[in-house]
Design a protein around this ligand. Structure first.
Ligand SMILES: NC(=O)c1ccc[n+]([C@@H]2O[C@H](COP(=O)([O-])OP(=O)(O)OC[C@H]3O[C@@H](n4cnc5c(N)ncnc54)[C@H](O)[C@@H]3O)[C@@H](O)[C@H]2O)c1
Ligand SMILES: O=C(O)[C@H](O)CO
Length: 327
C-alpha cells in the first residue's frame, strides 16, 4: 500500500477520478480563483498538484516546499516554469495523445467555418436578415483541394493533416525544425505532406494553420512579416496558443493587408477581453478555447492526469511525463 500523501486539486475533476485520488491519498480541492486562502494553506503541505489553466511560477513553488509532482490536465505546458521544476526535481506530467483526434476535429471545424463563413451566415438566418438569396458578397471559399500549410507538425498537426489530405484532397505543406519521418510516424501522409521552408509555405498555402506550443522560440513568432509573406487571399487558423501570434499584426493584416479571414480557438489573453477587436471582427471566427472540450476527451484527460499523479506518488514512472529539459 502506498504511503498517504497530500494532493491538491486546483480545478474540478470528474467524481470518479476524484474518488481514485481520495482512495489513496489525503485530498484537498481548492480553486485558487475562488478559494485563494484554502489553496495557499493546502499548498504548504502538498506533495502533488493536479489541474489546469493556472500559472505556476517560482513564488508558487516556494510556497509548496514538499511538492513532488504537478499533473497537468492539458497537453500544453506553457503554464509551468520548466527550468524551475527541473532545478527543484519536481516531476511534470501532461495529457498527450488522448486529446489529439478531438482537437484535430475542432481545428477542422474552425477551418471549415472560416472558409465557408458558417457562423456569420448562420447568424444572418438567426437574426432574420435572410430575406433574399445570398449573393457573391457572401460567398465562401473552397476547402477541398486547397493547399494547407501547417506550423507545428506534431501529434495534432499531423492529425489535422490526415483529415485534410485523406478527406479533402488537400496538398499539405508543413514547416518544422527538422523533417518528420513520415514512413514511421505517419505513413498515410507519405506523398501527401511535404516539409517546406517557411517562406515557401507561406507563399503557397491557401490556409495556414498554427498548431504550435508556446515556447520562448514561438512567442510572437506569427507577426507582421509573417502575415505579409502569406499568399494574398489566404486564411489563418490558430489552434495552438494565442501568444504565438502578435494580435495587432493579425488585425492589421485583416484590415490593411491581404488576409482573407482568421479562425481562432486561442488568444493571447483568455477569456478574450470584452474590448478586443477580435471578438467582433467580421472576418474572424473566434471560439472560446474548445479544442479538447468534449465529454469523452475531457474525461480521458482527467483520467490520464489522475493516473500520472498516482504513479508518481507511488514511486512509479508516470504514463506521460513531460521532459522539463526540452526546449
Ligand atoms: N486549442 C486547444 O484547445 C488545444 C488543445 C491541445 C493542444 N493545444 C496546443 O497545441 C500544441 C501542440 O500539441 P501537440 O500534442 O500536437 O504537441 P506536439 O509536441 O506533438 O507538437 C508540437 C510540434 O510543434 C513543433 N515545434 C515546436 N517549436 C517549433 C518551432 N519553433 N517551429 C516549428 N515547429 C515547432 C514541435 O517540433 C512539434 O512537432 C500544444 O502544445 C498546445 O499548446 C491547444
Ligand atoms: O493544452 C491543452 O491541452 C489545451 O489547450 C487545453 O488547455
Amino acid at each position: 500500500m502506498t504511503q498517504q500523501k497530500n494532493v491538491l486539486v486546483f480545478r474540478p475533476l470528474p467524481e470518479d477520478q476524484l474518488a481514485r485520488l481520495q482512495a489513496a491519498h489525503h485530498v484537498t480541492v481548492a480553486d485558487p480563483r475562488k478559494e485563494p486562502d484554502a489553496f495557499a494553506a493546502a499548498l504548504a503541505t502538498a506533495n502533488g498538484l493536479i489541474g489546469s489553466s493556472h500559472t505556476v511560477d517560482a513564488a508558487l513553488l516556494d510556497a509548496a516546499p514538499k511538492l513532488e509532482v504537478i499533473s497537468s490536465v492539458s497537453v500544453g505546458v506553457d503554464n509551468y516554469p520548466l527550468a524551475e521544476l527541473h532545478k527543484r526535481g519536481i516531476v511534470l506530467c501532461h495529457t498527450p495523445d488522448v486529446l489529439t483526434e478531438t482537437v484535430a476535429d475542432t481545428v477542422f471545424a474552425i477551418l471549415m467555418a472560416t472558409q465557408r463563413r458558417v457562423v456569420e451566415l448562420s447568424n444572418l438566418v438567426r437574426d432574420g436578415r435572410w430575406n433574399k438569396n445570398i449573393g457573391e458578397e457572401l460567398f465562401g471559399t473552397d476547402v477541398h483541394g486547397k493547399t494547407l500549410g501547417i506550423l507545428g507538425f506534431g501529434r495534432i498537426g499531423q492529425a489535422v493533416a490526415r483529415r485534410a489530405a485523406l478527406g479533402f484532397g488537400m496538398p499539405v505543406l508543413y514547416h518544422s525544425r527538422r523533417p518528420v519521418d513520415l514512413a514511421t510516424q505517419a505513413p498515410e501522409l507519405q506523398g501527401r505532406a511535404t516539409h517546406t521552408p517557411l517562406d515557401d509555405l507561406l507563399a503557397r498555402a491557401d490556409i495556414v494553420l498554427a498548431m504550435l506550443p508556446l515556447t520562448d522560440a514561438t512567442r510572437g513568432m506569427i507577426d507582421t512579416a509573417f502575415f505579409a509573406r502569406m499568399k494574398p487571399g489566404a486564411s489563418f487558423i490558430n489552434g495552438g496558443r494565442g501568444a504565438t501570434v502578435n494580435e495587432e499584426a493579425l488585425l492589421h493584416a485583416l484590415d490593411h493587408g491581404t488576409l482573407r479571414a482568421a479562425g481562432l480557438d486561442v488568444f493571447a489573453k483568455e477569456p478574450l477581453p470584452a474590448d478586443s477587436p477580435l471578438r467582433t471582427h467580421p472576418r474572424v471566427t473566434p471560439l472560446p478555447h474548445i479544442g479538447s472540450a468534449t465529454h469523452e476527451t475531457r474525461h480521458a484527460m482527467a483520467e490520464l492526469a489522475t493516473t500520472n499523479l498516482l504513479q508518481v506518488l507511488a514511486g512509479e514512472k508516470p504514463t506521460a511525463p513531460y521532459d522539463t529539459t526540452a526546449a
